[in-house]
Design a protein around this ligand. Sequence first.
Ligand code: PLP
Length: 499
Amino acid sequence: MPSDQPPEHRPPEHRPPEHRPSDHRPQAAALPEEGRPPGELLAELARLRDADLPVRGGQVTAYVYDTGREAVHDLAATAYLEMLEVNCLDPTAFPSIVALERRIVAAVADRLGGGSGVFTSGGTESIMLAVKSARDARPVEGTPQIVLPATGHPAFHKAAHYLGMEVVQVPVDSSFRADPAATAAALTPRTVLVVASAPSYPHGVMDPVPEIASVAASAGVPCHVDACVGGWVLPWLRDAGRDVPPFDLSVPGVTSLSCDLHKYGYSPKGASVVLYADEALRRRAYFAAAEWPGYTVINATVQSSKSAGPLGAAWATLNAVGARGYRELAENAMKSAERLIEGVAGIPGLRVLGEPVAPLVAVASSDPALDVFVLADEARSRGWFFQPQLSYQGIPPNLHFTLTGVSDVEPLLAALAGSAEAARGAGPPDVPSGLADALADLDLDSLDDAGFAGLLASVGVDPAGDGEPEMAVVNTILDALPPATREALLIRFLSALYA
Ligand SMILES: *Cc1c(COP(=O)(O)O)cnc(C)c1O
């Protein structure tokens, strides 16, 4: 497809993104000869953030977690700064990082069935380490495999990609839960890890952890529970008297578990814990290198030099909020989720997918005239961000809502209802016929970043543009494509974005 496609091929309802005067494109690439004044630099940072989604308040239903307790966030920022320049590279040089990590890991293990663990930079790194441990604990003939439910997080695909492994994906049942029988059938002599989610991110539903762990245990294979999003909300919901099925390290057969403190722990980003039932498995996460003439490397994580800021902030946040605080925050978030579910039932054309056990809700359309991607754009123009999720293996496209301690669900429901009505009025997006097929056949390797950006411009997307792009056309096109083509296009999008 030519990059200078004539405008009449544009989707008719689409306006090209407005060009505002933007700070995103620097005038000159080189550094200033004389350092610029702090006030000017900070003002520029603040201006750059103007186009960002807000990180506080309940208008963004993904990515950000707000307690609504200003003092907690202020304390976290101060604690982060206190530890900012401490380097986690060498725990013998900075004993404070050992003390903080031991305390954080012990507090997390105390709520999640025991074990010992590692503080990491996020869910992806926790999962990477759990996968590495499993791979190294059980050498197999050929490429090692991870058996993963279809709803399992992409971090496992990423770990497999980085660690020279394969994912064997298992379809979920009609309520989006991992299927123990299908999991058992997927095991091979090359399986080194079986995964269950508590809950899975897309729909907030809980996999049957005891059954999956038992399938793994009978085959002598480790089982990882991905409690990245649920690990610091489910125990508090149970504490508050709710019925939470067993999912943690106390379940027989579960050998490791990931829990992100930068989600429902409300810590600043860069905070997660991976727990291991067995200390020998934990040691498989570690890495040492003495094969060079420099300092001897001993790392517990993927990163080597890294700031202790997230560690200090996570410790401060955990202790400032306290058990009662987490129970309250978890209850508030779950009540918001329940009210959202109830409210969606009253909005014509919308329905909730599955039965969430945690405050994560997926909302799909039950009316062909009501397109969820158009709904998301309508919501965005009203100041709300609802996260689009593409269709996959028969699961329809939908919008994801992560409810937090600060979620104010009545205005959210009003925005959802108003956006749904507007989306129904607008109808599904008008995608040029044959565009998805043309993209699927496109030889991406023949296009450079500029050529790809031109292609995007022809469907009205400006990768470097700020403001509120109309994403419905893009999402509809991606939704029509097979996952491998989605991935190839998204990698090119990222490349064009940063070019
Ligand atoms: C967020 C999440 C991850 C990945 O975590 P990051 O912190 O984004 O790296 C993995 N699994 C689940 C279920 C998640 O919700």
